[in-house]
Design a protein around this ligand. Sequence first.
Ligand SMILES: [Zn+2]
Ligand SMILES: [Zn+2]
Length: 416
Amino acid sequence: MLLFKRPKGTSDIYGTNMLRTKRVEGILKELMLNWGYSEIRTPIFESTELFDRSVGDTSDIVQKEMYTFRDKGGRSLTLRPEGTAPVVRAYLENSLTNYGKPMRLFYLGPMFRYEKPQAGRMRQFQQFGIELIGSSSPLAEVEVFQILMDMLDRLNVKDWQFHINTVGCQNCRDEYIKALKEYYRPLLPNLCSDCQRRFETNVLRLLDCKNPQCAPYKKDAPHFIDHVCEDCKRHFDAVTSSLDALHIPYVIDHYLVRGLDYYTRTAFEVKYREGSQDALLGGGRYDLLIEQFGGNPTPAIGFAVSIERLLLASKDLDTPSEHPLVYVVTFDKSRLQGAELAFELRRAGIPTVTDVMGRNLSNQMKEANRLGVCYAIIIGEEELKVNEFTVKDMKTGEQHLVNREDIREYILSHSC
Ligand SMILES: [Zn+2]
Ligand SMILES: [Zn+2]
């Protein structure tokens, strides 16, 4: 019986899955290079307060999903459940403000949430996100949406829909919350227990309750856009008219609120497949967060997406293979010559493997076949005597004797 199993909601990534993961991550990094975004890596854990005060202490993330622990010094730390708050913390702490605006950053790394595991939703997941810091202009939205389109296109994700809404600002959000409470108050007895609890603490969350019991009441709930201030309304109109002008298709989703407290004005999601409940990715503006963390007032916008979900949505993406080019086949007396040649080839940039099991010649040829190499270099007894090794093209079966000193050039000048 096995003694150990991985923790629930985590995964071991290897083989084809690893190749696909690397492919997706490679495409994302290339995308970022093209858009002038630079990578930032922040710690896996941060002070718990960082998330309490940004994501919001009434949010599901903070209330139910954080991996929080005390270290040996008694500090309360949390495995990061999301990337924006750490990036903003790092932006201020390292005075990245001095580099001028806008600041274009992206991150890629593991995040942790104690959730019910299901396809594309793990307790440790790999997240990619971008942050465009410093612009309050709708042009920032345009850039972020264009990046999204470019990303989904490069990843060959089809059937997606872009949903947007405004979630107001500090001046107008309370107006909407009031209207929403007035609407839901008489309906409370009909709602699920989660919603009854959230009604007092975070009534916005009622809008994304997935319980079928609550769903029918949503359709008559007031809309954010009818309760926001003039500035927020003007901003939202500018965003939608820019999207129209650029022929970027979108759906105004009046009940999109996102689960994080720090969003202001524009909030958005990409839904994968029509009618799907779950968002493929989400993001929004967070114009107040930087000031809230002690910086100068600095508007910003970003989005995040898990690699696991992108993998589910980009099934058609071709998977690269990753196999060595050369297998050096040896016999008892040529093992070390084989190791030396393989070493030289690798140093010349030629992916090469050789036997470490002490197998006989024919079993090594089987192994070379299994690995799918292009060439087998055979150092048999005869070859060793004349210092000319057999190079076998594994596809055509053609063989040539090549002088030991010329082998590297030979492989380099022949394509696979
Ligand atoms: Zn407003
Ligand atoms: Zn509910």
